[in-house]
Write a protein that binds this ligand. Structure first.
Ligand code: ADP
Length: 395
C-alpha cells in the first residue's frame, strides 16, 4: 500500500511517499514559496536532489506538481497517481476533539476549522493542504494525524492552567502540547531498545529542533509536556521565548508602544536563542560563535539549563525516570547540548560516555554501562508515524 504523507505549512508543503508493505521511503520533497513564486526540491533515495522553480500560486498547484513529479518517467517513483491508496496529513491542533488519528470526513473538516482558533498559524494551512489533495485526488481516503493527540492522555493536574476555571470551560484554554507524533515514535522506539514492557517505563523524551518540547511518558502514554495552548510555551527555542512571566507582555507593549500581536510576534519570531544571542537561531552558528561571543554562549547555557529543568520536573512528577531520550535536529546532532544537559542530571544517575555521545545518525544508548538512568539518542520519523496511522485507520 503506497501512502502519501503531506505536511502543509502556510507557504510550504513537505511530502513523502512510502511503501507501507515494508515501510520503505520511495520519494520525498518540499514545495517552497507557495503563493510567492514556487520552488520544488524533490529527492529519490540514493539519488541527487532535483531542484526546480515552478509556479505555485496556491497549494492546489503545489500538489499537482508533486503528483506530476512522483509519476514522471525519470524523477518519479510510481507510474500513475492511482497507485497512491491513501494520504496522511499532519494536522497541528486537534484541540480536545481528537485523541487519535482520524479518517477525514466533512464533520472532521468542520472540527478542524473550529480548532483553527487555537492554532491560527498552522491549522488553516493544514486544511488548505487537505482541500488541495481532495481536488487533485478525489476519492482517495485521507487521514488526519494530530500533533496534539498523543498528549490527550495528560491528567488534569498537568493540563489545567491555574487561571479562572471558566476560561477553560468557555474557551478551552489549557495545555495541549505538540510534537506528539515525534514523542510517540521515539518513546515506542526507546521501549524496544530498553527491552522492557512500556507499562514499566518512565521516560522523558526531548524533541529539540527549531521548535522544542519535552514530554513525560509514563507507561507508554504522555502524562505531561512542555508546550501549551500554543507551541510558544516551555523551552527556549530557536526563535520562541518559551516560559516567561505573562506580565512581560503588557510591560513591553507599554514600554515599546507595541500591540499585543506585535509583542507575540516578537516572542514567536525574534526571541529564543536568536533573540538572546543576536547571532542565529541555528545551533551550529551558535556553537561556532560561542568562543568569541558571550551572548551566543549564554543562549546555549539558557537552552540547556531549561531542558535539564524540565527533565528534573518530570522526574519529580513521575517519581523517578528510567531514561532520557534526545531527538530532532539538535537532540540528534548537537553533542555539546546533550553533554551540557546531562551534566545537570548526575543526581538522577545519568552518566554518558563521551565517545558514544559523538556518534550520529543511529538509535543508540550513549550511557556508560553502569548508569542507572539511560540516555538514548533516537532519530525521529514523524512521517512514518503518520503513514502507519493512515494504514491502521484504513485497515
Ligand atoms: P524543525 O523540524 O523543527 O524545523 P529540526 O528538527 O530539523 O527542526 O531541527 C533544526 C535545527 O537543528 C537547526 O536549526 C539547528 O539548530 C539544529 N541542527 C541541525 N543539525 C545540527 C548539527 N549538526 N549540530 C547542531 N545542531 C544542528
Amino acid at each position: 500500500m503506497y501512502v502519501l504523507v503531506i505536511n502543509a505549512g502556510s507557504s510550504s508543503l513537505k511530502y513523502q511517499l512510502l511503501d507501507m508493505s515494508n515501510e520503505n521511503l520511495l520519494a520525498k520533497g518540499i514545495c517552497e514559496r507557495i503563493g510567492i513564486d514556487g520552488r520544488l526540491v524533490h529527492e529519490l533515495p540514493g539519488k541527487p536532489k532535483h531542484e526546480a522553480d515552478k509556479p505555485m500560486p496556491n497549494h492546489g498547484a503545489a500538489i499537482a506538481i508533486v503528483l506530476d513529479t512522483l509519476t514522471d518517467a525519470s524523477l518519479g517513483a510510481i507510474k500513475s497517481k492511482d497507485e497512491i491508496k491513501a494520504i496522511g496529513h499532519r494536522v497541528v491542533h486537534g484541540g480536545e476533539d481528537f485523541s487519535d488519528s482520524v479518517l477525514i470526513t466533512d464533520e472532521v473538516m468542520e472540527a478542524l476549522k473550529v480548532n483553527s482558533d487555537l492554532a491560527p498559524l498552522h491549522n488553516p494551512a493544514n486544511i488548505t493542504g487537505i482541500r488541495a489533495c481532495m481536488e487533485n485526488m478525489p476519492g482517495v481516503p485521507q487521514v488526519g494525524v494530530f500533533d496534539t493527540a498523543f498528549h490527550q492522555t495528560m491528567p488534569a493536574k498537568a493540563y489545567l492552567y491555574p487561571i479562572p476555571y471558566e476560561m477553560y470551560e468557555k474557551h478551552k484554554i489549557r495545555k495541549y502540547g505538540f510534537h506528539g507524533t515525534s514523542h510517540k515514535f521515539v518513546s515506542a522506539r526507546a521501549t524496544e531498545m530498553l527491552q522492557k514492557p512500556a507499562k514499566d517505563l518512565k521516560l522523558v523524551t526531548c524533541h529539540l529542533g527549531n521548535g522544542s518540547s519535552v514530554c513525560a511518558v509514563n507507561g507508554g502514554i504522555s502524562v505531561d509536556t512542555s508546550m501549551g495552548l500554543t507551541p510558544l510555551e516551555g523551552l527556549a527555542m530557536g526563535t520562541r521565548c518559551g516560559d516567561i512571566d505573562p506580565a512581560v507582555l503588557p510591560f513591553i507593549m507599554e514600554k515599546e508602544n507595541l500591540t499585543a500581536q506585535q509583542v507575540l510576534d516578537m516572542f514567536n519570531k525574534k526571541s529564543g536563542v536568536l533573540g538572546l544571542s543576536g547571532v542565529s537561531s541555528d545551533f551550529r552558528d551558535l556553537a561556532a560563535a560561542m568562543g568569541s561571543n558571550s551572548r551566543a554562549a549564554d543562549a546555549l547555557e539558557v537552552f540547556a539549563y531549561r531542558v535539564a529543568g524540565y527533565i528534573g520536573r518530570y522526574a519529580a512528577g513521575m517519581n523517578g525516570i528510567d531514561a532520557v531520550v534526545f531527538t530532532a535536529g539538535i537532540g540528534e546532532n548537537d553533542t555539546y547540548i546533550r553533554s551540557k544537559v546531562c551534566e545537570y542530571l548526575t543526581w538522577l544517575g545519568v552518566d554518558i560516555d563521551p565517545e558514544l555521545n559523538g556518534k550520529r545518525g543511529q538509535a543508540i544508548d550513549i550511557s556508560k554501562p553502569g548508569a542507572k538512568t539511560r540516555v538514548l539518542v533516537i532519530p525521529t520519523n514523524e512521517e512514518l508515524v503518520i503513514a502507519r496511522d493512515t494504514k491502521t485507520i484504513l485497515g
